[in-house]
Design a protein around this ligand. Structure first.
Ligand code: GRF
Length: 180
């Protein structure tokens, strides 16, 4: 059965690529950043890709696209803006998901990897969670943890976390869609 998901992103789009490689049907991609590599990935895959730099306009247009494409799940994959309360309240609960590179509720917001390292945390990880109107605060769906090694740099830790994200996010999206 075909389930439509839509992806919002601002950057590289490696999670988008992982979803496509895992046979998840992405019906459109939206970015606030015209230079996002994720937009190129979408275009190469013939997935409709849109960009609005004005956030109010972006949210208005995304709401229209969600109806047009009969979207079942809105997936944030490196979308670097906080969604407005209005936007979140316009959609059903548990309609938006996000991936965050820490074991939430620890290290919310930007620089989660740096925060974990500066805190000398023994473990960090990846959290997939539903999105509510606050930052990185919606209910947690899945988490995977890894040990921070003494040789880790922010870069090596990011790479190890992204490897987890790519598998965990696709698996989690699939299991949500199966239940819906
Ligand atoms: C991911 O590391 C995710 O945890 C964070 O933004 C990053 C997006 O990476 N929310 P990419 O654009 O999918 O490569």
């Amino acid at each position: 059965m075909k389930h439509n998901i839509a992806v919002l992103l601002s950057g590289n789009g490696s999670n988008l690529k992982a979803m496509i490689d895992n046979s998840i049907d992405v019906c459109f991609v939206v970015s606030n950043n015209p230079n996002a590599l994720g937009l190129k990935i979408a275009k190469n895959e013939n997935i409709p890709a849109y960009c609005w730099q004005n956030i109010l306009e972006l949210e208005e247009e995304v709401l229209k696209l969600i109806l047009k494409y009969d979207v079942k799940l809105l997936v944030l994959a490196g979308y670097m803006r906080l969604l407005s309360k209005n936007f979140v309240n316009s959609l059903p609960s548990k309609f938006i998901v996000n991936v965050h590179p820490s074991l939430l509720p620890k290290y919310k917001g930007m620089n989660a990897i740096k925060q974990a390292m500066e805190d000398s945390a023994e473990f960090t990880g990846v959290t997939i969670h539903y999105v509510d109107k606050d930052m990185d605060s919606g209910s947690i769906i899945k988490q995977n943890s890894i040990k921070i090694n003494s040789v880790d740099t922010a870069e090596s830790l990011k790479d190890r976390l992204q490897e987890i994200e790519h598998r965990l996010y696709s698996d989690t999206i699939k299991s949500i869609l199966i239940k819906n």
